[in-house]
Design a protein around this ligand. Structure first.
Ligand SMILES: [Zn+2]
Length: 267
């Protein structure tokens, strides 16, 4: 009888261990980004002042709004000088002219005039190709020398889109070569990021777990008005918000959040 009890207890304990382990595994596999409750733990990003000169380097027409649409508006409203450089022509689907028109409209929505938008027109999808990349670094060296930014904002070198990674790598390289600016990076394309995907404007944008320890992540909190204008600017990119490409549409919608998220790189 006693042996029978012992055998049953052993089975029960083993069963519990298996259940806890399975549950823990499921929990971990579902946890791609930090939980929403972690938001207050993040430092606020450096706010722009009237003295600042802010250079945004967008790999494609829409990245400037997705990553920094709120920060751009704040920069304009405090009287900072702002310039947006579009690295590629956005012509992957033969929509170069349309995307340029959309960029001008979205820029206006954020408070920018056409003269503040610069189109470098490198071929979409080829920025990481060595000869294109070298030319891009040369062009960016010139832009930085002439504009003299105090803050440069672009996409993270770890971004999974090769144009985005190339843009981040170029800015990081120019910083390492003695650039006299602060560099802020944002992420657009990463596996299972952002979370949740799609339209959730009341949620926070938080870093993916796999990159959380790589950088000092900082948040910018737009006003309700700035968030609303950013949403309108995203919607002006109609070619990217088409219902015929729901995955891309959901990705763009995912950046209308209560905060923008930047990784500060200091060398
Ligand atoms: Zn892009």
């Amino acid at each position: 009888m006693r042996n029978c009890w012992r055998a049953n207890w052993k089975k029960l304990i083993i069963g519990l261990i298996v259940a806890v382990a399975a549950g823990f595994g499921l929990y971990l596999s579902g946890l791609d980004t930090l939980p929403q409750a972690s938001f207050p733990l993040f430092d606020r990003v450096l706010l722009p002042t009237s003295e600042d000169r802010i250079l945004i380097v967008a790999p494609h027409q829409d990245d400037e709004v997705l990553g920094a649409g709120g920060y751009i508006q704040r920069s304009v409203s405090v009287g900072a000088k702002v310039e947006v450089v579009f690295a590629t022509d956005g012509n992957k689907q033969g929509k170069k002219n349309l995307r340029r028109t959309e960029a001008l409209s979205a820029g206006q929505k954020l408070g920018l005039t056409n003269s503040q938008l610069i189109f470098l027109d490198f071929p979409d999808g080829n920025l990481s190709q060595q000869s294109q990349y070298d030319k891009f670094v040369t062009r960016m060296t010139g832009e930085i020398a002439s504009f003299g930014p105090s803050i440069v904002i672009t996409t993270l070198p770890e971004d999974e889109h090769s144009d985005h990674a190339a843009s981040g790598r170029a800015v990081k390289t120019l910083l390492a070569q003695g650039g006299k600016f602060k560099a802020l990076f944002f992420l657009v394309h990463a596996d299972r990021y952002p979370r949740p995907i799609g339209d959730a404007p009341d949620r926070y944008l938080l870093p993916p777990l796999k990159l959380v320890n790589n950088y000092s992540w900082q948040v910018f909190v737009p006003t309700a008005g700035e968030q609303s204008q950013k949403r309108s600017a995203i919607n002006l990119y109609r070619s990217q918000m088409s219902v015929t490409n729901p995955i891309l549409r959901q990705l763009l919608q995912s950046f209308d959040r209560r905060n923008e998220l930047f990784a500060q790189v200091t060398l």
